[in-house]
Design a protein around this ligand. Structure first.
Ligand code: IPM
Ligand code: MG
Length: 358
């Protein structure tokens, strides 16, 4: 029997509700498969922890996480704590030291779910966005001087390194190559950003030479929003900078029906450090405590975690269960215009997993 050590960090708001639901699904999955078990440790880090202790994560937190096979994360952010503190104090404080440079965001229209785009069906929209997750606009470089004075100045410096761009391009070309259509769109803004983005384009061209079977094209980020909306069929795999992909992945999730469905993997592909899996939605304080958060994004993130752990059959089983459940509109949460609760969806997915004979 294999044992996987999972660090659960539910964080804030609905993060707590959806991670609890996701752990139930993972438990059902381990019970059904019987050849692996999960040892889960919960870490109560986040905004409540910050209010009590002045930090989002205790000193030595990263050291403790190192021993785990994967991290299952909910959301971070609270109305009464500045967002840049929560983000840098927890989520980026894990992504950066663990060098989780490849952020992978698949988007599909799941059974039973409708795209807000007229006439767009599941066959038309099946994308994976690869987000550069270690540098770019989120490098954290910059500062503020002359605070409060009329001459106050703030800089927010984007960093693009040859090594950083090269590794994410390689990752994206490889992912595109592994998918049936072998099609990659490199998103850029090199018309206006004439240093970092031009380097980005040059490296894309260099790396492309090593993947002659991958068809690729280049698209300015603004035009990409139009293409995603009007010609979703023309897209398969996408690679973009940290900020560009942040924005495009929200659009992608909305076009696939709801941001409540979309998953993320923050990968350290070399496996020197644990990778982290999370839904892309935030802490959603407007619906916190109501029991109506859509747990599907968190379940789909568990699928990505199982794939990463080397349990493809279990991952496929959870994905099948998710799709059987989304196919039933009576099991849609309010973000999908339904009336189901988090618990109803979770019960249904667990029961489907346990009863799955494939
Ligand atoms: C995401 C989120 C985060 C980001 C927020 C919470 C800072 O929007 O994972 O896409 O911008 O990276
Ligand atoms: Mg985002």
């Amino acid at each position: 029997m294999k044992t996987y050590d999972i660090a659960a960090i539910p964080g804030d708001g609905i993060g707590k509700e959806v991670v609890a639901a996701g752990l139930r699904v993972l438990e059902a999955c381990a019970a059904r498969d019987a050849h692996f078990e999960l040892r889960v440790e919960n870490f109560p880090w986040g905004s409540d922890y910050y209010k009590a202790n002045g930090v989002l994560m205790p000193e030595g937190g990263i050291e403790r996480l190192k021993a785990f096979d994967a991290i299952y994360f909910g959301a971070v952010g609270a109305p009464d704590v500045p967002d840049h503190l929560t983000l840098w104090g927890l989520r980026l404080a894990i992504c950066q030291p663990f060098d989780q440079y490849a952020n992978v965001r698949p988007t599909r229209i799941l059974p039973g779910i409708q795209s807000p785009l007229r006439d767009v069906t599941a066959d038309d929209l099946d994308w994976v966005i690869v987000r550069e997750n270690s540098e770019g606009e989120y490098a954290g470089q910059g500062g503020r001087s002359h605070r409060g004075l009329p001459e106050e100045v703030a800089t927010e410096v984007s960093i693009f390194t040859r090594a950083g761009v090269r590794r994410i391009m390689r990752f994206a070309f490889e992912l595109a190559q592994s998918r049936p259509r072998k099609l990659l769109t490199v998103v850029t803004k090199s018309n206006a950003q004439r240093h970092g983005m031009v380097l980005w384009d040059e490296i894309a061209r260099e790396v492309a030479a090593d993947y002659p079977d991958v068809t690729w094209d280049k698209m300015l980020v603004d035009a990409m929003t139009v293409r995603m909306t009007l010609q979703p069929q023309s897209i398969d795999t996408i690679v973009a900078t940290n900020l560009h992909a942040d924005i495009l992945s929200d659009l992608a999730a909305a076009l696939a029906g709801s941001i409540g469905i979309a998953p993320t993997a923050n990968l350290n592909p070399e496996r020197k450090f644990p990778s982290m899996f999370e839904p892309i939605h935030g802490s959603a304080f407007d619906i916190t405590g109501k029991g109506i958060a859509n747990p599907v994004g968190t379940f789909w993130s568990a699928v990505m975690m199982l794939e990463h752990l080397g349990e493809p059959a279990a991952a496929a089983r959870v994905m099948r269960a998710i799709e059987r459940v989304t196919a039933d509109p009576s099991l849609h949460t309010p973000d999908l215009k339904g009336t189901a609760t988090t618990e109803m969806v979770t019960d249904a997915v667990c029961a489907t997993i346990l009863g799955d004979n494939e």
